[in-house]
Design a protein. Structure first.
Lengths: 222, 406
């Protein structure tokens, strides 16, 4: 029988909705892009590094952030695009650090390739900075055992999985995903929590991530 | 009236459940929607379906339209074109008429409600009746990125009085001292225009218009409007037909606020000449939805060769039917058609013709694009997503944070 830590509340599933807010800020070249990446709110950096996760649930993932796609496809700076693509979003625990990595990557490239400053996007292809306004609300699903956790995980919306695996960890700066934290602190299943925490969620579609977590839970029973 | 639960088989029970949870957070709020016509055009089509659903999740939603004579709608048509960047002469008398009709509506209309939601420029001046306790939203369905400067300055005076603004594409936004949200429009998968049809219905419609079901069919569905480039579609067809046997359907109806249709229809008929494979169909409003649905489902390739678009919802309608699409990369179309993932984007007549030929000659590729396109619409452009975004928008009017705990 699952051992419950009575001091910790049962796990409540939340869901999260995103309403994109237009900032009206646009970049037409790398210098402007760099300046605005430094200045825009964290919610804009978050939007442009997470939009792809929610956007593509049926096809393989495209560029893992909007900056790399724009730099490659619009400005034609394929090398920088690849470097931005390679930034390991999962390796950062705050938006602040992720922003710094983006800035340092573009700065280093411009230092090495100053001619890149002269490439401009046409007016139909500007980079438009958008920010994510997140609405987080509890769902009526509270679980207090591994079995009920798995049962609910199989049927919650992918928005709920997105919230607990991506948003809680990076945007709310909880350090790890909510599932791992609860498995470790409430159910005292540290090893199981660690296995889920070790997944790079940015390498999956949301449904793929759900399947992977359920797979880990089922393997644990064996 | 459709019930929210009827959408469950299409979008899944979680989406429906979450909509009800969001609606609970807005219980008792009243929302008044205002636009310029109850019939014809994308805005009216959306409101017909969305207003009842808002009520079903607990928002007290109403819908009203401004009244105006044909002269007013001639002016608003010019305004529409000039906002899209087409050269138009808008005279002092035109501005005066626009102001007078808005003032008359201001006096006549009941503008009560916690939230007043104004759609497009025609009723924009009603904002002058905003009370201190109300929140007002202006939703612009038009691509205003190339708007006439004088006209834009005139409208800006009113735009900045609204609490929040809504645009359909990031390309349309400018810097305003107001919050601006990005909300795509949507299609209703249960409407006569989009629901599944029996094969017999499709066959009957083709038979009615003497279209050969045994040969490839290219179709553009749109109002007969310069901005939809129907003559460009005929030229595209002529290029394709050099190498591929096919037929062309240009089909549309008349919107109540569009006085230009007859003139453009004459130009289209002249461009078509006596080619029996070009079918120009002016569909009567009473048959419109089912017949448009049938024509889209019968099509081998659907074209949308617009010069300017607000969003171009007809593209989502085609994608929802898993049809392969060739469409111009303007307005909101690139949000719906991701090049070579959910359709083919074009910028020229020759580009459109190349795309159509590629699809006609590679039916497996065309089917793959169509399948992707349908899933893309299921996730992003159905009415239930639109309903969710409006509920979030209403909640955002009362909260300034980027992370809102409900």
């Amino acid at each position: 029988m699952t051992k419950i830590n009575k001091n910790i509340a049962p796990f409540t599933f939340y869901t999260r909705f995103n309403l994109p807010e237009l900032t009206g800020l646009t970049a037409s070249n790398l210098v402007q892009l760099l300046r605005l990446i430094r200045e825009v709110p964290g919610s804009s950096i978050y939007h442009h590094t997470h939009r792809f996760v929610e956007k593509h649930q049926y096809l393989s993932l495209e560029s893992p952030n909007d900056f790399s796609g724009w730099v490659s496809n619009v400005l034609g700076e394929k090398t920088l695009g690849e470097k931005l693509n390679g930034i390991d979003t999962f390796g950062f625990s705050t938006i602040h650090d992720l922003r710094r990595a983006l800035v340092e990557t573009i700065e280093a490239y411009l230092k090495e390739h100053p001619e890149a400053k002269k490439r401009f996007a046409d007016r139909d292809s500007l980079f438009h900075f958008i920010k994510s306004v997140s609405f987080i609300l509890p769902m009526p699903y509270r679980v207090d055992s591994l079995e009920s956790f798995e049962r609910v995980l199989k049927r919650v919306s992918i928005s709920s999985i997105f919230f607990h695996m991506y948003e809680a960890r990076l945007r709310l700066e909880r350090g790890t995903n909510d599932f791992s934290y609860w498995l470790e602190t409430a159910l005292l299943k540290k090893e199981l929590g660690d296995r889920i925490a070790a997944l790079d969620p940015y390498a999956f579609t949301l449904e793929g991530l759900r399947k992977k977590i359920i797979n880990i839970l089922e393997n644990n029973k064996k | 009236m459709k019930k929210l639960d009827e959408y469950r088989p299409i979008v899944g029970r979680n989406i429906i459940r979450e909509l009800r949870f969001l609606g609970e957070r807005l219980q008792g709020k009243s929302v008044l929607n205002i636009n310029s016509t109850r019939i014809g055009g994308g805005v009216a089509e959306i409101l017909i379906n969305l207003v009842p659903l808002l009520n079903q999740v607990g928002v007290e939603a109403r819908w009203d339209v401004i009244s105006g004579d044909p002269a007013f709608f001639d002016v608003t048509k010019k305004i529409h074109n000039a906002l899209h960047g087409r050269p138009e002469t808008i005279t002092e008398d035109d501005y005066q008429l626009f102001i007078e009709v808005n003032l008359r509506n201001m006096e006549r209309m009941d503008l009560g409600g916690d939230i007043v939601f104004i759609h497009d420029p025609q009723p924009i001046m009603l904002i002058n009746r905003k009370t201190r306790r109300q929140k007002w939203i202006w939703r612009c369905h038009i691509d205003i990125s190339r708007a006439d400067k004088v006209l834009f300055q005139f409208l800006r005076e009113y735009i900045i009085k609204y609490d929040s603004l809504v645009f359909s594409s990031p390309l349309f936004s400018r810097r305003f001292p107001r919050r601006q949200f990005l909300i795509s429009p949507s299609i209703d998968p249960l409407s006569d225009k989009n629901r599944e049809l029996p094969e017999e219905t499709i066959a009957n419609v083709l038979n009615k218009y003497r279209i050969d079901p045994g040969r490839p069919i290219l179709t553009q569905i749109s109002r007969f409007d310069y901005l939809k480039d129907p003559v460009g579609v005929i030229e595209t067809f002529k290029l394709v037909k050099k190498y591929n046997d096919c037929q062309l359907i240009l089909a549309g109806n008349k919107a109540a606020d569009d006085p230009e249709t007859d003139k453009i229809l004459a130009e289209v008929r002249e461009a078509a000449g006596d080619d029996p494979d070009i079918h120009i169909l002016l569909i009567s409003p009473e048959n419109n939805d089912i017949e448009i649905n049938a024509l889209q489902r019968a099509s081998t390739v659907i074209i949308q060769k617009s010069i300017r678009e607000g969003f171009g919802l007809v593209v989502s309608e085609a994608l929802w039917k898993a049809r392969p699409v060739v469409a111009s990369a303007v307005g909101g179309i690139p949000l719906q058609v991701e090049h070579e993932r959910t359709g083919i984007l074009c910028r020229t007549i020759v580009g459109a013709a190349w795309g159509v030929k590629k699809l006609l000659n590679n039916p497996e590729y065309a089917a793959w694009l169509g399948k992707n396109g349908k899933e893309h619409v299921r996730q992003h452009f159905l009415l239930t997503r639109h309903l969710r975004d409006y509920l979030l928008l209403f909640l955002a009017l009362y909260r300034d944070e980027d992370i809102i705990m409900l």
